[in-house]
Write a protein that binds this ligand. Structure first.
Ligand code: SF4
Ligand code: SF4
Ligand SMILES: [Zn+2]
Length: 141
């Protein structure tokens, strides 16, 4: 099998278009994650636990300095917007389901793979940070 031909789960066969299919699927995953508006989020004050943290089974959210952050954007499932509705402050938003071509023109917020400058762990982020969530948490105060 030539290297350019790979197995496509959707087509159930080896094909060149599977390569494009795989790249698109990777891009989709990489580009889909929620945004939290920090001015709206109050960390679910008045509730026992932060709703978004409690709700998302993929551990996308964490609490930092009393507000939710998107600590693991790479875990978010493409197309899922389920947690948008659990936020009492309407602080969670999602990208439009736009085409790859549109995204290439518009999206400057793709995830970056970063090595934590403190502990050396590799992590994904859409934020301008070179510290992983755990190390940021340690420096919280
Ligand atoms: S559910 Fe909304 S208000 Fe509560 S912690 Fe998450 S983002 Fe903040
Ligand atoms: S959209 Fe779904 S997977 Fe993504 S953070 Fe919300 S609940 Fe989790
Ligand atoms: Zn770290």
């Amino acid at each position: 099998m030539p290297a350019l031909f790979i197995f496509c789960e959707h087509l159930k066969s080896y094909s060149f278009s599977a390569l494009i299919c795989a790249v698109e699927s990777l891009e989709r995953q990489a580009a889909w994650y929620p945004t939290i508006f920090p001015d709206k989020c109050d960390g679910c004050a008045g509730f026992e636990n932060p709703k978004c943290v409690e709700f998302c089974p993929h551990k996308v959210f964490e609490i930092l300095n009393g507000k939710a952050i998107v600590a693991n954007p790479q875990n978010c499932v493409y197309g899922c917007i389920a947690c948008e509705h659990v936020c009492p402050k309407k602080a969670i938003a999602f990208p439009q389901r736009i085409t790859l071509k549109q995204r290439a023109q518009k999206d400057k917020g793709l995830l970056r793979k970063v090595k934590c400058r403190s502990c050396g762990k590799i992590f994904w982020t859409n934020e301008d940070t070179d510290l992983c969530f755990e190390c940021r948490k340690l420096m919280e105060f």
